[in-house]
Write a protein that binds this ligand. Structure first.
Ligand SMILES: C[S@@+](CC[C@H](N)C(=O)[O-])C[C@H]1O[C@@H](n2cnc3c(N)ncnc32)[C@H](O)[C@@H]1O
Length: 249
């Protein structure tokens, strides 16, 4: 049996305009699509499933199983595409695929295609909040202890990075977001500009310009990415937020 191919792709936020041509080519050619159901639905909205192609839907938490299954299908000669939202290497499936490949020998051809990540989309909608050094942190404690999250928030805020916060708040951990904001307020003024991007590239998209002091009252969920400005980040008339290219010495 000839080995197949495994393409790990990121759709971008979910609309066709920000899905790269390489990813469209992989979706079109695939015999099998593997992913969380929500992402398979987004993919089908961008490139409809070809006749005879198969969807393998999994729960969002079953990353290791999903990656192993995709490698197995490719080893059987299938052309498999493993789908994530945004970029597949940012808090997503590409690392899980690499973990499965690590220490195993396989003839399967593997390729990873980048996608436009949620922070990039939010930043573009808002102006240029990521114009200077920034740090990307997930607030989910599914895969790391909360103590590490607090330590990293404290270090990044203390070093005056702009922060892009993924997985900010879920129903399972309602209080942690307020604790994260408290850590940031130890280093930043409450007037610090913050951009909220919710359901970017999807129906109901919202982009809001608020301040750090308003953050605990803002509407934030797991479909939101939060960009917290540095000491240099500014807002223009509540419409644009940007971080200048230079930082004072
Ligand atoms: C598991 S991470 C996946 C990130 C994804 N790989 C990326 O690069 O955008 C999920 C988090 O990404 C952010 N996110 C993903 N898609 C989004 C979208 N369309 N609009 C706003 N935030 C999004 C949210 O913070 C969400 O909780």
């Amino acid at each position: 049996l000839s080995p197949g191919r495994l393409a790990v792709v990121g759709l971008g936020p979910g609309d066709a305009g920000t899905c790269t041509p390489d990813v469209v080519t992989e979706l079109t050619a695939a015999t099998d699509r593997v992913g969380y159901g929500r992402y398979l639905d987004l993919a089908a909205g961008i490139v409809p499933l070809a006749d005879g192609a198969v969807e393998h839907r999994t729960d969002n938490r079953e990353e290791a199983d999903r990656a192993a299954h995709a490698i197995q299908l490719a080893a059987e000669g299938r052309h498999v595409v493993v789908i994530s939202s945004g970029d597949p290497g940012i808090f997503a499936i590409a690392a899980a695929v690499m973990e499965q490949l690590d220490g195993t020998s396989t003839d399967v051809e593997v390729v990873v295609h980048p996608g436009v990540s949620a922070a990039q989309v939010a930043a573009a909608r808002a102006g240029a909040p990521l114009g200077h050094d920034f740090c990307v942190i997930s607030l989910s404690d599914n895969l790391k202890p909360w103590s590490i999250i607090e330590r990293r928030l404290d270090a990044a805020a203390g070093a005056d990075f702009v922060l892009a916060l993924y997985n900010p708040k879920s129903k399972a951990r309602p209080d942690q977001f307020a604790r994260a904001v408290d850590v940031l307020l130890q280093h930043r003024d409450s007037s610090t500009p913050v951009v909220l991007g919710r359901s970017l590239g999807r129906p109901g998209e919202v982009v809001e310009h608020v301040t750090l002091g308003q953050l605990t009252e803002a509407e934030i969920d797991m479909a939101t990415v939060v960009l917290v400005g540095s000491s240099q980040t500014r807002t223009i008339a509540g419409r644009w937020t940007y971080t200048p290219r230079s930082h004072p010495g």
